[in-house]
Design a protein around this ligand. Sequence first.
Ligand SMILES: [Fe+2]
Ligand SMILES: [Fe+2]
Length: 282
Amino acid sequence: MPITPQELIQNLGDLPPLPQVAAQVLRLVADPDSTTDDLQKVISTDQALTSQILKIANSAMFGMMREVRTVTQAIMTLGFSTIKSVVIAASAKNLYSRGSVGLQERILWEHALVTALACRGYARSLRFPRGEEAFVGGLLHDIGKSVMGIKFPERYGALVRQAYNERLDSRTLELDTFGFDHCMVGEALLKSWNLAESLEAAVRWHHDPGHAPEGHQVLAAIVALGNQIPPQEAGAQGYMVSQDQSEAEALAILRLDETAYGEHRQTVFELLDRDKGMIADL
Ligand SMILES: [Fe+2]
Ligand SMILES: [Fe+2]
């Protein structure tokens, strides 16, 4: 029997919090009165975050022409909205690396990164104006898996290994074992982090975008397509692409026929090829 959202929260207990500095950064970025200086001050209180931001800012992902050495420089060159993505990326990486399911953490993180880049590529190719949001949606889409790994290390670890070895759909196994899946857990986490509703919907419905509330279907569809990019395309480690209806639903939402889809996919592959270099060292 499907579980209600309330039961889900009860089952999960406390969720991993968004790191304090990241929460402050998100607040500042949303505030039209905040300045580069405010942002720089907050970020600089966290050494690990600072070095991660500089690393990400200097990665091929953002195509910098010259080296970025300070947080101020990074903010000025990347802009507020991209800095927000970078901060969320750094927080997501920590969470993706925290599960206790063995080698899966690295694979999950690389899959998240490839999906994020692919989503940004699709946004560009489809002229969807909120490219940064697509990027963050891709980055966080499977974060529920990490939360389940953190909350139920033994049971979830066994499940992930079984799905991997027997090539089964992990979502079906999740529902059978727990009564909820990583999409629901991801949505609960994003709610507790107070991120945008559109992101919650994209994470909740990345395997069935057709069920997303109407205003959020396009973003959910983009994340669904990004999720279908084979990791090898970006030189990342293998992760089984899920076999579900998500691709067909996404194409219907975006009104794409096979030919148009093929062209957009090609553009995404080309963009990924350019971003390849950074996957290994993030
Ligand atoms: Fe998923
Ligand atoms: Fe995924």
